[in-house]
Each structure stands twice: as structure tokens, then as C-alpha cells.
Design a protein around this ligand. Structure first.
Ligand code: SF4
Length: 326
């Protein structure tokens, strides 16, 4: 959906997509701001900001906090964004514990969108906690697919980052089902495997599709049978398509997101893959206006854990300095 904006006299926010001199692909664009003389364009990706899985987990936590008869904790920081984490604490009294064993009996424990090993939920319930499961339903699907592969007799491989909480949870689900999952972080990991009979693959929800495909393909010479279930979530796919689009059309790109957010870092990688200068910022204070000198087309994207308020502040900041001044 295209939004319009009530921009100031010298700048025009239009419902038209920016000129695409290097791409004809139709990619949804959220907001495009043109300077009055058309010399500068700021283009904001439609998918920039919270994904629905993260939004759902936040909503569940906030709803839970309406009952003030017990404290509400999240299992780890709910998202990798200090602004949102601070706001949840200040406005709703929601704080986090690093481990479920640290939450006092009778309190509510919100599981974040990445999910956890099944044992964590069981142990928390047994310890008298009210478990509010914010696991993204799309992550739940990956657990089920991986377990299904194990039950069908496949050696299970998860293409992703071994230390990522989503992967730790999936590994645990497979182990509980009697299977044995291994993580492949790189093509080299796949190439180092011994010969296999049946390899079954799932993929971390936020991975870059091309990279994951290369790793999965490296299993083909190793195994008589390879079954790949593409579990990259559609939100990630759309986000990466828009990143590809910005990489083709913009001449400088900002990715808004915490340095701790793995999907923001991946987004930066996709945006900058073609050589367009790409900067990852957490807030307006990180922006150096020198990055935009002589640039005509500014692309803005954001990770799944970035609140829209921060994106809006950054867009307003750049409009005032680049579009209105042009
Ligand atoms: S990125 Fe996809 S899988 Fe992950 S929380 Fe968001 S919607 Fe769910």
C-alpha cells in the first residue's frame, strides 16, 4: 500500500514510486518523498520495521501487563532494541530475566518470537509461572518441520547461526523427538560432512535466501537424497526483495536497527551487496549528513525489531535536511 504525506511547501510527498532507472521490478514502496525540483528522493521500504511476529509478542506482553496482580518478565530481552525494551519497562513494568529459573513463582513469563527449547516452557510451568507463549507461529512451523524430517529418518540439518536462540530451540525440539540435528553455518560446514544417506534441511527464518541455497546445495554431493524445506519466512523474503530493490535504485542506504539484531545486519548485507554505500544506524544520533553529499536517491530500510517511531524520526530528520533543503 502506498501512503502519502502532508509534506511542506518545498517538498512533495507523492503516491508514486520513485523513478527506477535500474530496475523495472514492482516492489511495494511505503513512502517516497521528492524534493520540489525532483533532485532528491527519499524512499522508505514498506516492510521496514517490526514484523508481525515481533509485534504479536509485544502485544502479548503488554496485554499480560494489564493484570497487575503479578509481575511480567520476558525470557531474555523481548527484542533487540533498547528503545522498545526501555519503553516496555517504563510504561508497562515489563522487564526481562536471562533464564526462566530467575523469575519468581506466580509471575508471568513471556516467550519471545524466536522461541525456546520445549523444556523451558515445561520447566517454567512446573515452577509455577504463567507462560505466555510469544513464539512466532512461523518459528513453530520450523520446529514441526524439523521434527517431521527426523521422524522420516532424515539426518536433520538446520542452515543458520548455531548461537541464535531460534536455532537452539529447534535443535532441542529435534533432540526431544529422538533425532539429531546439526547446524550448517557455511558451505564449508556442509563440505566437511561424511557421506550421508538422507539429508533433511530446514532454514533459519531470517536467513538470506541465496546464501542458504548455496549451503543446502553443498549437501547434494554428500547425500543420496536431499530434502530441503524452505522455512525462510515470507516477511523476510519480502524484506530482502525490497532490500534488493533499494540496492538497485538508491545511491545511499540507511538500515535502521540494532547492531545486536541479526536480521538488521543481514539486511545491511543485502542492501550493500551491489556496492551502494550502506550504513546501519540505531537512531538519528548515529547519522552523519556527510554520507548524503551529492546523493540523489536515499533508501531507508529497517530490521524486524525496529519500532516505526524510530524510522519516522529518522525520515523526518532527513526530509528536513535533504528534501526541504534541496
Ligand atoms: S521474521 Fe518471520 S519468523 Fe521471525 S518473528 Fe518475524 S514473522 Fe516470525
Amino acid at each position: 500500500m502506498t501512503k502519502t504525506d502532508d509534506g511542506p511547501a518545498r517538498a512533495q510527498a507523492t503516491s508514486k514510486a520513485a523513478p527506477r532507472n535500474r530496475s523495472t521490478r514492482e516492489v511495494p514502496i511505503s513512502e517516497v518523498f521528492h524534493s520540489a525540483d525532483g533532485s532528491v528522493v527519499i524512499e522508505v521500504a514498506e516492510s521496514a520495521g517490526y514484523c508481525w511476529g515481533v509485534e504479536r509478542a509485544i502485544d502479548l506482553a503488554v496485554e499480560a501487563s494489564a493484570d497487575d496482580s503479578r509481575p511480567v518478565f520476558t525470557h531474555g530481552e523481548l527484542i533487540h532494541n533498547s528503545y522498545t525494551v526501555g519503553k516496555l519497562a517504563q510504561e508497562h513494568g515489563i522487564t526481562h530475566v536471562d533464564d526462566h529459573t530467575a523469575a519468581p513463582e506466580g509471575s508471568a513469563l513471556v516467550i519471545r518470537a524466536h522461541g525456546v527449547p520445549p523444556a523451558v516452557k515445561r520447566e517454567a510451568k512446573d515452577a509455577g509461572l504463567q507462560v505466555i507463549d510469544g513464539t512466532c507461529p512461523l518459528v513453530d512451523i520450523i520446529h514441526r518441520k524439523a521434527v517431521g524430517l527426523a521422524k522420516e529418518g532424515y539426518d536433520v540439518f538446520i542452515v543458520g547461526q548455531a548461537e541464535h536462540p531460534e536455532i537452539i530451540g529447534i535443535m532441542a525440539s529435534v533432540a526431544e523427538a529422538g533425532g539429531n540435528a546439526r547446524v550448517l553455518e557455511s558451505v564449508a560446514d556442509a563440505e566437511a560432512l561424511p557421506p550421508l544417506k538422507k539429508a533433511g534441511v530446514v532454514i533459519q527464518s531470517t536467513l538470506i535466501a541465496k546464501k542458504a541455497g548455496l549451503i543446502a546445495a553443498a549437501l547434494v554431493p554428500k547425500s543420496r537424497e536431499v530434502k530441503v524445506v524452505n522455512t525462510i519466512c515470507h516477511v523476510t523474503t519480502e524484506r530482502q526483495e525490497e532490500a534488493d530493490h533499494l540496492a538497485e535504485t538508491a545511491d545511499v542506504i540507511l538500515v535502521v536497527g540494532s547492531q545486536h539484531s541479526s536480521n538488521s545486519r543481514k539486511l545491511k548485507e543485502v542492501c550493500g551487496a551491489g556496492g551502494v554505500p550502506t550504513y546501519q544506524v540505531e537512531g538519528v544520533e548515529d547519522i552523519d549528513l556527510g554520507w548524503f553529499a551529492g546523493k540523489k536517491h536515499v533508501g531507508i530500510h529497517a530490521g524486524a525489531s525496529t519500532p516505526r517511531e524510530i524510522i519516522q524520526v529518522i525520515v523526518a530528520h532527513l526530509r528536513e535536511r535533504l528534501v526541504q533543503a534541496a
